[in-house]
Design a protein around this ligand. Structure first.
Ligand code: ADP
Ligand code: MG
Length: 254
């Protein structure tokens, strides 16, 4: 198996006439934190969605966890996978969205336990024990029995992170995880993500939090019009770039 967890080469994707990904090259090694920045509409979310096979690609090569993904090969069936194979592939990749997507009528434990019961086929008791452990890990030991509306946005996002972690993912994709939060709640979520990074979790993080990218990121990629315009260490991209596009973007978000 390749040493890369994600290996994208020349990935292209259109929605109708709109070519959203125009040849994306992107690599992630196990244990790396790869941050992605770039203007709205540059294809960041679409690219993340191709990685866990929520979106197909039109051309190029995309290998994730050693599996070639992205093509709709025949009969409208995704890849050549059966639904259980697709579910198994996806369950190895966590996803944390801008909006937390928690079940409103479930408390925190039930939100974390649901996939363990329904996808991993754990017993309810085992799933709840695991959920308690993950919620404690993200600092929510005192809030396990609250429903989403009883939690702050930052707490809800930490439930979403605990839910991703409970599935033992090899990789977690974060799509602007702090963009919907009130400013005073951003740091608690970034701190949780920093702890994951310190623990060796492989993460791809789309974010406008430049400080996080600089301090926690191993690599930083700047997306622009469906391509990776610049890629390197955060320091080299943030300080070294003489690209007007990047300087202009950074002036806007800082
Ligand atoms: P970003 O996350 O960088 O803001 P997106 O990947 O969300 O960019 O969107 C890139 C472009 O793709 C936008 O023009 C958006 O309208 C378009 N797009 C995204 N998803 C779809 C879809 N499911 N159908 C049609 N167009 C889409
Ligand atoms: Mg987006």
């Amino acid at each position: 198996m390749s040493e890369l967890l994600v290996d994208a080469r020349g990935v292209r994707k259109s929605f109708g006439e709109n070519e959203v990904l125009r040849g994306v090259d992107f690599e992630v090694r196990p244990g790396e934190v790869s941050c992605i920045i770039g203007p709205s509409g540059s294809g960041k979310s679409t690219f993340l969605r191709t990685i866990n096979a929520l979106e197909t690609i039109d051309s190029g090569s995309l290998v994730v966890r050693g599996e070639q993904v992205g093509y709709e090969l025949r009969g409208g069936k995704y890849h050549e996978w059966s639904d259980p194979q697709l579910a198994k592939f996806r369950s190895g990749i966590g996803m944390v969205f801008q909006r937390f997507n928690l079940y409103g009528h479930f408390d925190a434990i039930e939100n974390v336990a649901a996939s363990l019961i329904h996808v991993k086929r754990m017993s309810r008791a085992d799933a709840h024990a695991r959920a308690e452990q993950e919620l404690t890990g993200v600092g929510l030991a005192d809030h396990m029995h609250k429903k989403p509306h009883q939690l702050s946005g930052g707490q809800q996002q930490r439930v979403a992170i605990a839910r991703a972690l409970a599935m033992d993912p090899e990789l977690i994709l974060f799509d602007e995880p702090t963009s919907a939060l009130d400013p005073e709640l951003v740091d608690e979520v970034l701190e949780t993500m920093r702890q994951l990074a310190d623990g060796g979790m492989t993460m791809i993080v789309v974010t406008h939090e430049i400080g996080f990218a600089r301090e926690v990121g191993d690599t930083l990629s700047f997306f622009d019009e469906g391509r990776v315009l610049e890629h390197g260490t955060p320091e080299s991209v943030l300080s070294g770039s003489d690209s007007q596009r990047i300087r202009g973007f950074l002036d806007l978000v800082r």
